[in-house]
Write a protein that binds this ligand. Structure first.
Ligand code: SF4
Length: 453
């Protein structure tokens, strides 16, 4: 059943690894075990202790998406100061260790200054963790991306879709101009380029065409993530059309665009009701599913887990897989067979001189704020770094106002940092200036204004 309001309120950020201090993957692994989800194909809690942690550095945004997950209070909240961000970065490291994927996000993080962003990226890098900038791209200039890449940024993730209501773009296809411009902006900076697309009734039919677009740019785009509409946050749209948008329908539409049979849940990343993952190998016009050899990959994941290495760390994936194959003749045999099968599937492209590229597709199924399933929240692989510790993103979304307006203690003797200025605390949402309102609040205020006029 769903978490009650009281359970959401008291759902605590995950604790430290008190039971097994040297085993950072233990909390996630034990939650997955409780759900009977720690199968051989499961890599969460096996080759990494968490998939990613969001570090929200601002709640401000320069767009007003119809499915925005931010809360009504977002624009009234001040940016998190650097001392607190650094404390949260250390907290992420203490929980999850090396190579953790830290998402620098918001709101739109590019509304902060370039020196601030450089300092944040450098701090994450100093712990040996990976960083990704999540942005709508409007303010992510080449100059900004260059500075961040030099500071050690690993990924840039562009959110582009019709929920953003960008002026002058009437369809997902029209938005390809922006996607192409962003790809070019990030080129040759040693950054992985990823795209986020929110899926709702107005663009679900575009998935095959979008997949083809990303596949055609597999030399520049590393991953495309499709986030299914959810009833959470301040956006004017609410629940998805459950006859139209399901994990099954999105998987099928991706397969249609990929134009080859795909394998999902190999590897499994956390709870399969939350996440679906698949990947392709592309060489020119030749395409094949990457993970369609269960015996090889389950043995490989087990071997990597024994070596205590993270499968997801790009550039190290291939050398690590090869090293793992050297440890076992059986794995070596399976690996060789697998490589031959893939080379055969891609032969036409390879013979024409194309280098094989990998592109991944991810489906994220956020829950509605009032329909949180306990088991999924406990086995969550996508955390938010809150002042009190990492917390499942779905739970955080369901109590955002309380989380983002909470005062944060400073060093002994100093007063707590309050995200709301005293003025903001006093005026309340109903008296916020119109230009500060977004989503449902703005829509309601616009109706009122019309009536008055
Ligand atoms: S954020 Fe929500 S949907 Fe995503 S993994 Fe966590 S519990 Fe599942």
């Amino acid at each position: 059943m769903y978490l009650s309001k009281q359970e959401i309120h008291s759902f605590h950020p995950s604790g430290t690894q008190a039971q097994k201090p040297d085993d950072l993957a233990y909390p996630l692994r034990s939650a997955l075990e409780r759900e009977n989800l720690f199968a051989p194909e499961q890599i969460a809690g096996r080759t990494f202790p968490i998939a990613c942690v969001a570090l929200e550095i601002t709640q401000r945004c320069n767009l007003d998406c119809t499915l925005c997950y931010l809360s009504d209070m977002a624009e009234a909240v001040q940016d998190v100061p650097m001392f607190e961000l650094k404390r949260r970065i250390k907290m992420i490291y203490d929980h999850y260790g090396d190579y953790t994927n830290v998402q620098i996000t918001g709101g739109d993080p590019t509304l902060r200054s370039i020196p601030d962003l450089v300092e944040i990226v450098s701090e994450i890098k100093s712990y040996g963790m990976r960083s990704a900038l999540f942005t709508n791209g409007i303010k992510a200039s080449r100059e900004m991306l260059k500075a961040l890449a030099q500071a050690g940024l690993n990924d840039v993730v562009f959110h582009v879709d019709m929920t953003q209501e960008r002026k002058g773009y009437a369809s997902e296809k029209d938005l390809d101009v922006i996607r192409l411009e962003y790809i070019e902006r990030a080129q040759n900076l040693n950054l992985r380029v990823l795209f986020n697309t929110t899926i709702f009734d107005q663009n679900v039919a575009d998935i095959p065409r979008l997949v083809k677009f990303f596949k055609d740019h597999a030399d520049s785009v590393n991953l495309a993530s499709f986030q299914m509409q959810a009833d959470t946050g301040r956006g004017v749209l609410r629940e998805r059309d459950v006859d139209l948008i399901t994990q099954q329908s999105v998987m099928q539409l991706i397969e249609m665009g990929a134009d080859t049979p795909l394998t999902y849940d190999m590897p499994m990343i956390g709870h399969p009701d939350c996440n679906k993952y698949t990947a392709l190998l592309v060489a020119g016009n030749s395409v094949t599913s990457l993970y369609d050899d269960a015996p090889f990959f389950t043995k490989l994941f087990a071997e990597l887990a024994q070596q205590g290495v993270d499968w997801t760390v790009d550039r190290k994936v291939l050398p690590r897989a090869m090293k793992a194959c050297l440890t076992s003749p059986k794995l070596m045999r399976l690996g060789l067979l697998y490589s031959l099968k893939k080379a055969w599937a891609l032969r036409a492209g390879l013979l024409r001189g194309y280098r094989p590229q990998r592109i991944s597709f991810f489906i994220h199924n956020f829950m509605d704020a009032e329909k949180l399933e306990k088991g999924r929240c406990e086995a969550c692989v996508f955390m938010v770094a809150t002042a009190d510790g990492p917390l499942s993103m779905c739970v955080h979304n369901a109590k955002r106002d309380a989380m983002i307006t909470k005062a944060v203690p400073q060093a002994k003797g100093q007063t707590a940092w309050d995200p709301l200025t005293p003025h903001r605390r006093n005026i309340g949402l109903e008296n916020m200036p119109y230009k500060k309102l977004k989503g449902r609040q703005r829509a309601a205020a616009a109706v009122k204004r019309k009536k008055v006029a």
